[in-house]
Design a protein around this ligand. Structure first.
Ligand code: HPA
Length: 265
């Protein structure tokens, strides 16, 4: 038995084997949605092979159950590359999600914006990404399935549905390209200028490795950034993790409305 078989068995022993339709991975300051799920809750620490994440603002638990009319698996908190230098830190959780029967995953994160018209407190629907870290969670994977096609990584049907949900809720949801910076230090203004030339619309320290893993596993993917600040050198506020956590709830309220519409539809 591999680690994910054990973790999957642990989850199904308590949560049952009824398939989930969708997975949600929640970023910094967005974990409260996990508490809205009616079902079984698991600390990452009790599931074999799950990462131990210790980033404040992330509640590292998996909740499997009902949310807004759907059976879902919600990952409150993620492990990041910058915690232990493992780009595949979320591989076992995503394998468990696949094992639970999910066809889709929606990822969320906190990010810095490159555009005045996507200000802090707004959301950005990720349409594509740039792997600026150069790292990859599939390094070491020995099968040919490691050669994942990333052309339509962000599923157009899911994006359309999320845009429609935002429209009904009268929430502005612009789309853009997200760049993954390894962290944990924030970017320099020079790096932000470089990322802008490359075509970046928002920058953050997560999500890209999970998108690669999710596509590897055959899951359809969508992702939304909660903008907590203007990227380094582009705004007046001092960038910090405390600021990220304090700003995240503003976008989180919008995110919650969009996800509710999406799941209820
Ligand atoms: N850079 C990287 N990660 C982030 C940022 C940022 O400006 N804001 C929130 N997460």
């Amino acid at each position: 038995m591999s680690k994910n078989d054990n973790a999957l068995a642990q989850v199904q022993a308590r949560a049952g084997t009824t398939p989930v339709s969708l997975g949600l991975i929640l970023g910094s300051g967005l974990g409260h949605i996990a508490d809205m799920v009616e079902g079984e809750s698991f600390e990452y620490g009790e599931l074999e092979g799950f990462p131990v994440s210790a980033v404040s603002g992330h509640s590292a638990k998996l909740v499997v159950g009902q949310l807004w009319g759907q059976r879902v698996a919600v990952f409150g908190g993620r492990a990041h590359y910058y915690e232990r230098g493992q780009a595949d830190a979320m591989r076992v959780p995503l394998e468990v999600l696949k094992g639970l029967g999910a066809k889709q995953v929606i990822l969320t994160n906190a990010a810095g914006s490159f555009h005045k018209d996507i200000p802090p407190g707004d959301l950005m629907l990720i349409s594509d990404h740039i792997n600026f870290s150069g790292l990859n969670p599939l390094i070491g994977e020995a099968t040919d399935s490691r050669f994942v096609n990333m052309t339509n990584a962000y599923n157009s049907e899911m994006r359309q549905k999320l845009e429609a949900a935002a429209k009904v809720e009268d929430i502005t949801l612009k789309s853009g390209t997200y760049s993954w910076y390894s962290g944990p230090s924030f970017e320099t203004p020079a790096e932000i200028r470089a990322l802008k030339i490359l075509g970046t619309d928002a920058v953050g320290m997560s999500t890209v490795p999970e998108v690669i893993l999710a596509r590897f596993l055959g899951l359809d993917v969508a992702a939304i950034s909660v903008i907590t600040n203007m990227a380094a050198g582009l705004g007046d506020e001092t960038i910090s993790h405390a600021h990220t956590k304090s700003m995240a709830p503003i976008g989180a309220a919008k995110l919650e409305k969009i996800l509710r519409r999406y799941l209820e539809a």
